[in-house]
Design a protein around this ligand. Structure first.
Ligand code: SF4
Length: 326
């Protein structure tokens, strides 16, 4: 499959009063044309910072090294003006809270038409027509009336649809959706996920779906990367991750995810302990203080992400499996 985004050895460090902290360490992944890649992990696992770095949106004290290829362009070394153009046209981002991305004192319609005029070269009349049409395509009822409303006059679900409409305006090749449904109730969440699914089918857009909730990527993602303490610990096809997870952390996340087809999961487990403080990562495998399978080796050595059949996994248990099989 042709790649749209190729990340190689991405490391993101932040300068803090207590020294440098690595929020993302040596992450490599790619996203294919029309593919949906889910990125899951608890908060602080580095999933958002990986893509904020890729988009050139790190906080001022952040520094990224490695390579983020979008087509022939390395986004980490691109000039700010080039990045602005790419972010408006080919790469779009949808955030958890649309109010952080929509301008509160500007009508929805104007915010949409400005994108079309500035990034897609449309005149005002054509931009108005295209914006209302896009609001209709993301199933906003009475699109022409909503066009003249301010963001605060819309419900949370409608605001998120406006954000998706804005992301789609210039026909992006890749949409990065960061916790796009976290702030919404369950019914609206299902509607927005269905909209993202149909968007991908209709426009053949590649999607990176970042979430703390494995349930959100079920039925939507083709592949899933699981992050812990700034690293990818497992990556694989969605079926493998859900039905035959290898990494103990992936298994722990799944145990915390209710399954609609299994009422027994109504009482959910939680992963014992807390995600590590990135400033004081434990020696060895970062997951070892919480891992039910911890071995002596895990306390001193850090497992590498290695191929395992269809996917990749970073756990010493794989060595035992190989030995048992040989
Ligand atoms: Fe658990 Fe060890 Fe595997 Fe880390 S390497 S996940 S501590 S078994």
């Amino acid at each position: 499959m042709q790649s749209v985004l190729d990340i190689k050895n991405l490391t993101v460090r932040f300068a803090t009063a207590d020294g440098e902290v690595a929020a993302v360490s040596d992450v490599s992944l790619s996203v294919g044309k029309g593919e949906c890649l889910g990125i899951v992990g608890e908060s602080g696992s580095g999933k958002s910072q990986t893509f904020m770095a890729a988009m050139g949106l790190l906080a001022r004290n952040g520094r990224a090294t490695g390579e983020v290829m979008f087509g022939y362009m390395n986004l980490l070394t691109a000039k700010e003006q080039t990045l602005n153009t790419v972010r408006g046209n080919k790469l779009a981002m949808i955030f958890q809270d649309p109010m952080t991305s929509l301008t509160p004192h500007m009508k929805v319609g104007r915010q949409l038409t400005e994108v079309l005029v500035r990034h897609c070269g449309l005149n005002a009349a054509a931009a108005r027509t295209a914006a209302i049409e896009m609001l209709g395509r993301v199933r906003i009822p009475e699109a022409a009336r909503r066009f003249d409303m301010y963001p605060h006059e819309l419900s949370g679900g409608l605001r998120q649809r406006v954000m998706i409409a804005m992301a789609l305006l210039c026909g992006p090749e890749l949409i990065i959706a960061d916790e796009p449904t976290t702030a919404l109730d369950v019914t609206v969440q299902a509607q927005i996920l269905a909209l993202i699914r149909s968007t991908r089918e209709e426009f053949n857009t590649s999607i990176i779906l970042i979430t703390h909730d494995l349930g959100v990527v079920a039925g939507l993602a083709d592949r899933v990367a699981v992050m812990y303490a700034g690293r990818i610990v497992e990556i694989g096809d969605v079926d493998q991750i859900f039905n035959a997870p290898r990494h103990p952390y992936t298994k722990g996340l799944l145990a915390c995810t209710p399954r609609l087809d299994d009422p027994a999961t109504a009482t959910l487990a939680t992963i014992p302990g807390q995600p590590p403080n990135l400033q004081h990562l434990p020696r060895g495998c970062a997951y070892h203080p919480r891992c039910p399978y911890v071995m002596d080796r895990c306390r001193v050595e850090s497992p590498k992400l290695l191929p395992t059949g269809a996917g990749q996994n970073a756990c010493f248990l794989d060595d035992l499996d190989v030995r048992a099989a040989s």
